[in-house]
Design a protein around this ligand. Structure first.
Ligand SMILES: [Zn+2]
Ligand SMILES: [Zn+2]
Length: 255
């Protein structure tokens, strides 16, 4: 029943894979957040002035989250390599080419839906105090807050992609793209300024996408703008408060 038996050597290999993935997720976080923090220093000098103690806390929570994200991902990666678990494929011809962008959208939409509903759940007062107050302790958030989660919140985020790969086929390159989008948006949405051009953010397509101008309002007002990538659920459920006023991220001004 269930998964085939795994030998003791297999268990050791799975453990090593988990540890390696923890290191990869931690380094990815440090490079991505560090890179955008450096960009912030030149694009918005002084934006993080006085926030050093907060940033230190954000880094500690984020590194703890890296461990929680890395373990299931590392075990699933090992199972994929050694036992053919998951529906990740590396032969580009295994599915029609049109499925590549479709799979990308499926993953982003599934992740976004899971995030929206678990995020709303975490804003219930008792759950908030336990699991989500850590994330909102970043006031205002910085590029280092991308993974600043309480372990309970980190766990809800960590299981999404490792679970999806068992059900929804995806090419390994598309999976890498999903993880890249997840990382970049996680950092830039908390960075304290808008990196995407106004022509996109305030366009009709932009009206369905979540960038810093949208997520910043969540950190200011708490009970709105819960989504991750898309404004679909927020709009459908009446929780969309739109974007922060133009100029919210102007040089020297912190909203
Ligand atoms: Zn946030
Ligand atoms: Zn929240």
């Amino acid at each position: 029943m269930g998964l085939p038996p795994v030998s003791p050597t297999g268990l050791v290999a799975a453990g090593i894979s988990a540890l390696v993935m923890v290191a990869i997720v931690a380094v990815r976080y440090l490079l991505a957040s560090g890179g955008f923090a450096l960009a912030t220093r030149s694009a918005r000098p002084g934006l993080y002035r006085g926030l050093t103690p907060q940033i230190r806390t954000e880094i500690i929570w984020s590194l703890a989250s890296a461990a929680i994200y890395g373990i299931p991902a590392g075990i699933v990666a090992w199972g994929w390599q050694q036992h053919g678990w998951t529906r990740i494929y590396d032969d580009i011809g295994a599915y029609p080419l049109w499925y590549l962008p479709v799979s990308l959208l499926l993953y982003l939409f599934a992740h976004d839906s899971w995030f929206y509903w678990t995020h709303r759940w975490m804003h219930r007062p008792r759950v908030f105090r336990l699991a989500h107050a850590v994330h909102h302790a970043s006031r205002p958030p910085t590029a280092w807050a991308a993974m600043a989660f309480h372990p309970v919140e980190a766990l809800t985020g960590a299981i999404v992609i490792p679970a999806l790969v068992f059900f929804v086929p995806i090419h390994v390159g598309m999976l890498a793209l999903v993880l890249t989008i997840m990382t970049v948006m996680g950092v830039t949405n908390h960075m304290g300024w808008e990196i995407f051009p106004r022509a996109l953010v305030r366009s009709r397509i932009g009206g369905w996408l979540i960038t810093a101008s949208h997520h910043q309002l969540h950190h200011e007002r708490y009970r709105c703008n819960y989504g991750l990538y898309f404004r679909f659920w927020d709009r459908l459920c009446g929780t969309d408060n739109g974007l922060a006023a133009e100029g919210w991220d102007a040089l020297g001004g912190r909203s």
